[in-house]
Structure formats: C-alpha cells, structure tokens
Design a protein around this ligand. Structure first.
Ligand SMILES: [Zn+2]
Length: 416
C-alpha cells in the first residue's frame, strides 16, 4: 500500500467533523493540490473520550460517501505499541509504531555487533547529496546510537511483524515515531536509526523524529527558525540517502507531529520539500475541536454558554487536565482570564481570543492551549455537547474547513 506524496493527518475528538474536514481536501483538489487525508486518533485519546477505533473508520467512510471523495484516504492507529495495537487492527490501514518506551534500552548483543559491523563503513566523513558538509560519524557515534536506538527499532520490527501477520504484508502503511522522546535526533542519528530499521527489515514509509524547538499543542512553533530549517533540510537529505543506501522505500518521508498551527514553519517546510522533491506527512494536534468551540461561541445563545462552561470547568481542573500534556504545552496561568470575566464575554470576545490569528491583538495562546486540553470537559457533557454540535453544524463546519484549508493546507502545499 502506497502513501500519496502529500498526506495530512486529521484528528477529530468527537467524530462529528469528518465531512467538514474532508471538504478542505476537496477544496485543495479543486486548486490542484493533491493531499490525502489520514484520520488519526491515538489510544490515549480514545481512552479520554471513551471512543473506539471502529468509530474513526466509520467516520472516514461516511464522510467519503457523503462528499463522493474519489481519492485515497487512510485511518491511522496513532502512537500504538504491542500492548494496544490489536484494538486498531481491523479499522486501520496506517500504523504509527511508537517505540519511545524502548529508547535507551540495552540492545541484544548479537544485534549490537551486527549494527556496528554494518555501519563501520560510515565511520569518517559521509558525503550526502544535498548537504553542504559531509556527515562526520565516529565509532563512538555508532556505539552511542546502538545503545540508544537499537532496542527501540527492534521493537518496531516486532510490532510491524505482528501487524503483518494479522493484515498481510503490503496491506498497510508503516510509520515509526520517536517524537515523544526527551531530545531531538540529529541528522546523523536519523541516518543510523534508519540503518537499524533496515537491519530489522521494517519497510517504513514515514518517520516522525523529534525536531529541535517546542511543538506545543495548538500554538505556533517556539524555537530558532534558522536552526529548524538547517535541521529539516539535513533530515530530508538523509532520508534520500538512506532509502537508496539501505533499500528502504524510495518514497520515505518525514512526518511532522503536532504540526497544526506551526504557521512560522510552513514556508520553510514547503520550500524544503519542493527543493528536495519529496513528500510530507503532517499530523494535526486535535485542534479541530477548538473550531467546534469557536463555532459554538459564534452561534451565540446555548452554544456560547457551552463554550463559557467548558472554559470555566477547564480552568478549575487545570492540574488534572494539564498533567498528561505537561511536555507539550506551555501555559502561563497568569495570562488566563478569570472564568467570571469570560462568562460575560460576547461571541466576538470568545472567538477572537481563541481563533489562531497570531496578528490579532485579542488572540490569547494560553487561553487556547487550556481549551485545547479541555476536551475531557466537553466529553463529560455527553449528549448536550453533541446535540449542540448538530444544532450549530453549519457555522462549526465553516470554521473547521477554513482552518484546515486556509491556515494549513494552502500555506504548506501550494506550489506558487
Ligand atoms: Zn507524535
């Protein structure tokens, strides 16, 4: 199963925005931008919401039917491991193998010896097409990479074989993710990681490294743009090199996680993938649910009350909600408006503070991040929330489609 050159992971907490999201891809297609949607939901998210992987497949299929979408689409079992992959087996055709828990584990001695032997030829200077300077790799680098990454890549091969046994080799797309580790991987580490994946025969089509800088949920990138550019381009060069050198799939591409809202990176990423004539997979960070809140607030009345209420409860349960997301949010609680104040906000006040318009003076990234992690509150409202989504479907859908198409797909993939 081949993944399209450009693919885009869409999240949908409450599974009501499938059509509105797919509409953004249909709009792109009309403009000659060929991007394939990939519905993704992680085990963590299913657990928080109380949903099952089957509902994601159902949502994707219903959306495809209702828009007569003729292009490809996929359903991604996002961040899975051996312990939970079986829940996703039937409904998914894209698997993101998360091996974070195995990073830094002692490798099997025979694997270690084999890794050192196979990569001995890289010790010294390795010229890589597209890199100004050759990569400089020492024997210590090989040792270090083996001890840090080899056990993780072996685990990836176990998960891969397990899925292969259940679904048949070639019937699914494989991504390997190491983006939730504690430090960014350098381009030369990426090269050695790919070498290890080849050693264990994992034919991955996408890999999600951890990049330099902060990829906080729902807000723009925080970090050095110049450094990101250098690293991202070097990673692309390494991927090309690795797919030829190790016989990995030749459409191997980078996957950028928590990629929504990283507006300051999009021109860098777009230019780099065009220069290297390579593809890209990008996953959004579940921010579609914020468009639901924006739409509800815009609708006024009961919709606006729900938006107020979600904020009040999220504010009061800050510690509990922020806990699982501590590494991927930066909320300055001093910048959070008091619930009593927000309760008086008009539709405009609420949407201007929440909608991600970095130039808007009313935009409040702390407010936005808190609501981003507050979806549990809406989940607990149950039917009342879902009914409101139906009642205000039109205004919500407009926000969902616009956000995806105008703020994400267009800036990332337009060719002009
Ligand atoms: Zn991730």
């Amino acid at each position: 199963m081949q993944l399209n050159k450009y693919s885009f992971g869409i999240g949908d907490r409450f599974a009501h925005q499938g059509v509105a999201q797919l509409q953004a891809f249909a709009n792109a297609q009309k403009e000659g931008i060929d991007v394939v949607p990939v519905w993704n939901k992680s085990h963590r998210e299913h657990t928080t919401i109380g949903s099952t992987p089957d509902t994601v497949r159902e949502e994707a299929e219903n959306s495809v039917k209702s828009l007569d979408w003729e292009g490809d689409y996929h359903v991604d079992a996002d961040h899975i491991g051996l312990a939970n992959v079986d829940f996703f087996m039937k409904s998914s055709d894209f698997f993101t193998l998360d091996v974070t828990a195995h990073i830094g584990k002692e490798p099997d001695p025979a694997d270690h010896t084999e890794f050192l032997k196979q990569n001995q030829l890289f010790v010294g200077k390795v010229p890589v097409d597209g890199l100004e300077e050759p990569l400089s790799i020492t024997s210590q680098d090989l040792e270090h990479a083996s001890r840090k990454f080899l056990a993780g890549m072996k685990e990836a091969s176990r998960i891969y074989s397990h899925i292969g046994n259940a679904k048949g080799i070639g019937n699914f797309i494989t991504e390997v993710s190491i983006d939730e580790t504690d430090s960014a991987q350098s381009p030369k580490e990426l090269l050695l990681i790919l070498s290890a994946l080849a050693q264990f025969k994992v034919p991955l089509q996408t890999i999600a490294p951890k990049f330099t800088g902060r990829f906080n949920k729902g807000v723009d990138y925080q970090g050095d743009l110049g450094q990101f550019k250098t690293e991202f381009e070097a990673d692309l060069a390494v991927l090309k090199f690795a797919s030829e050198e190790f016989g990995l799939p030749d459409d191997l591409k980078l996957s950028v996680h928590s990629g929504s809202d990283k507006f300051s990176l999009y021109s860098i990423v777009r230019e780099a993938i065009q220069t290297f004539n390579t593809g890209l997979h990008i996953k959004t960070a579940g921010t579609t649910w914020l468009e639901e809140l924006i739409g509800l607030a815009e609708a006024g009345g009961e919709g606006l009350s729900i938006s107020h209420e979600v904020y009040t409860k999220a504010y009061r349960r800050f510690e509990e909600l922020a806990g699982p997301y501590a590494d991927v949010i930066d909320i300055d609680t001093n910048h959070l408006p008091k619930p009593e104040e927000v309760a008086l906000w008009s539709s405009d006040d609420f949407t201007l503070a929440l909608r991600h318009d970095p130039t808007g003076t009313a935009f409040n990234p702390d407010f936005r991040q808190l609501l981003h992690i507050g979806y549990k509150v809406a989940a607990e409202m149950g039917n009342r929330y879902l009914q409101a989504l139906q009642n205000h479907e039109k205004v919500i859908a407009k926000n969902v489609t616009e956000n995806l198409y105008e703020r994400h797909i267009q800036p990332l993939f337009h060719s002009a």
